[in-house]
Design a protein around this ligand. Structure first.
Ligand code: F6P
Length: 518
């Protein structure tokens, strides 16, 4: 018997039958800190779960978990460790090895630097009685999505500067901000681990020019910060050394929001909220590194994801937070999961034997119900859904909130159990039939506190690691984004020179002709 046999057996079973089994339910429901996860509506049984746990054992998950904690160079293609968890540790926490201990010390020093600047800017402002009213975070990918998610999820209501984000090279956003912000009261934070990302540098230049023209070189320099692992490049760009906040090669961009990448968030919403976020993630780290695999939330989720992708061949997963403050979560998870695990080769470079990362997509409930849920309930493609709910709202309208939660519960139940109209004499019976047996997970947060958000994101990070271990890939590199960047640099001159365009492929030449003609 193997996973394929398990999958064949379970395809013939129904969630209606499976969910009657209390013992199975107990294995598939798990609490860790402020999170409760319910995987009981996944098309999996005890025997399949045992097989997945054996697979994890054979894949060396426990050993790799220890290596991750200790800061071994698990990012083998770049020869780097992945020590994002060290960013969440407290000074008194015992580190698991020299690399982790070093990272923890570096992280503590950087956190102090961040705290110092946050206190100074929030208390003293920018000099000449000018308080900070606006913070512009310029960065893309992991240098944007993390702080942006934090700001939307837990930044609401706090007094302090307004936080804006500029990521894409599409200059509409930058132009809009430049037209309406007052440079004298604005701080610009250039976030780029490499300090070589074209979008960030070009957008950074726009804002530096704008500040310089309005306030002179000194006024500009007092307002521009960099968060980077390439401090030399940031200084060359014009950022003063004392305003360069470090990150390091051992933190991947999509795992970096726990570092000084959170500076703009901390500046706008206070360093205390940021520390609470780290505390929540730290609790999840402890759970992941210490709990037995069978009762370990990131492990269980990773096994279920593997089951859906590899055994049941579900090619996409839909993420639906029932909380508008988490609207950015699907986009955040797209980067985390698809950039981490969208790979075709194993750690050693040989082709991977199983399918890897599903397409991750989603939207906010209940809006999503009125948009794409039709296809989730009756479409020909079964898409597992991950529902995220928040038990205690941050507003006083309890009646609204009960309706929201009822909708979440109803959607998960409707997907699982369907509605059989085949025996009805309604002429529209075929249209109204819901086959059910469509898997979903429900994750409930006690409340959307910084701690709960930290725990949730850390849970996803570790779960992505588990999935990577099961198929033997490196989740910490991203070679696949390099080719397009390089080609864009080649294509740029072709937009303004016919001779350059003539050297390109026929398809691109045709598109360039069309662009030129307009
Ligand atoms: O293009 C992908 C990527 O390398 C991401 O991994 C990263 O988060 C993003 O670009 C931004 O990179 P940087 O922080 O170096 O500007």
């Amino acid at each position: 018997m193997n996973l394929v046999d398990d999958a064949a057996r379970l395809r013939r079973s129904t969630l209606a039958q499976l969910t009657l089994d209390d013992e199975r339910g107990a294995r598939l429901r798990l609490r860790s800190g402020p999170l409760h996860a319910d995987f009981s509506r996944q098309l999996v049984d005890g025997a399949a779960l045992d097989r997945l746990l054996q697979l994890a054992e054979r894949a060396g998950l426990e050993r790799m978990r220890t290596e991750l904690a200790a800061g071994e160079a698990l990012n083998s293609s770049e020869g780097r460790a992945a020590l994002h968890h060290s960013l969440r540790a407290e000074a008194a926490d015992a580190a698991d090895g020299e690399a982790a201990s070093h990272a923890q010390a570096e992280a503590a020093r950087a956190a102090q630097l961040v705290q110092g600047w946050v206190d100074k800017l929030r208390t003293d402002g920018l000099g000449e009685g000018r308080e900070v009213r606006e913070v512009v975070n310029i960065g893309i990918g992991g240098s944007d999505l993390g702080p942006r998610l934090l700001a939307e999820a837990i930044g609401g209501g706090a007094p302090g500067p307004r936080l804006h984000f500029v990521s894409s090279i599409d200059a509409h956003r930058a132009a809009d901000l430049i037209a309406r912000l007052d440079p004298a009261h604005t701080v610009v934070v250039l976030v780029s681990k490499s300090f070589g990302t074209e979008e960030t540098l070009l957008n950074g230049n726009l804002f530096i020019d704008w500040l310089s023209r309005a306030l002179g070189a000194e006024g500009m320099r007092a307002r521009v910060f960099a968060v980077t692992a390439n401090i030399a490049a940031a200084e060359k760009f014009g950022v003063t050394a004392s305003r360069c906040l470090p990150i390091w090669e051992w933190v991947g961009g999509r795992y970096s929001m726990w570092s000084a990448v959170g500076f703009s968030f901390a500046l706008a919403h206070g360093a205390a909220a940021f520390r609470r976020l780290l505390d929540g993630a730290r609790q999840m780290d402890r759970h992941f590194f210490e709990a037995p695999l069978a009762r370990n939330l990131p492990v269980l989720r990773g096994l279920i994801e593997h089951w859906n992708r590899v055994a049941l061949d579900h090619r996409s997963r839909c993420v639906v937070p029932y909380d508008v403050r988490l609207a950015l979560l699907p986009a955040y998870l797209q980067q985390l999961e698809m950039e981490s695990n969208g790979k075709s080769v194993r750690r050693g470079g040989e082709p991977v034997a199983q399918p890897t990362a599903p397409v991750v997509w989603g939207g906010v409930g209940t809006d999503a119900q009125h948009a794409f849920f039709q296809a989730l309930h009756q479409g020909t493609q079964v898409v597992p859904v991950e529902f995220i709910g928040v038990i205690q709202p941050a507003h006083p309208h309890q009646a609204h909130h009960r309706v929201l939660l009822a909708n979440l519960l109803a959607q998960s139940a409707a997907l699982a159990y369907g509605h059989d109209t085949r025996d009805s004499d309604d002429p529209l019976a075929a249209h109204k039939h819901h086959g059910g047996n469509r898997p979903s997970t429900v994750i409930l947060l006690d409340a959307l506190t910084p701690e709960a958000l930290g725990a949730l994101i850390a849970m996803y990070e570790h779960s992505v690691f588990v999935e990577a271990c099961l198929v033997g890939i490196n989740p910490f590199d991203q070679w696949g984004v390099e080719l397009g960047k390089r080609i864009a640099r080649q294509f740029l001159p072709a937009l303004s020179s016919e001779a350059e365009a003539a050297a390109l492929d026929p398809g691109t030449q045709a598109l360039i002709r069309e662009i030129r003609s307009r």
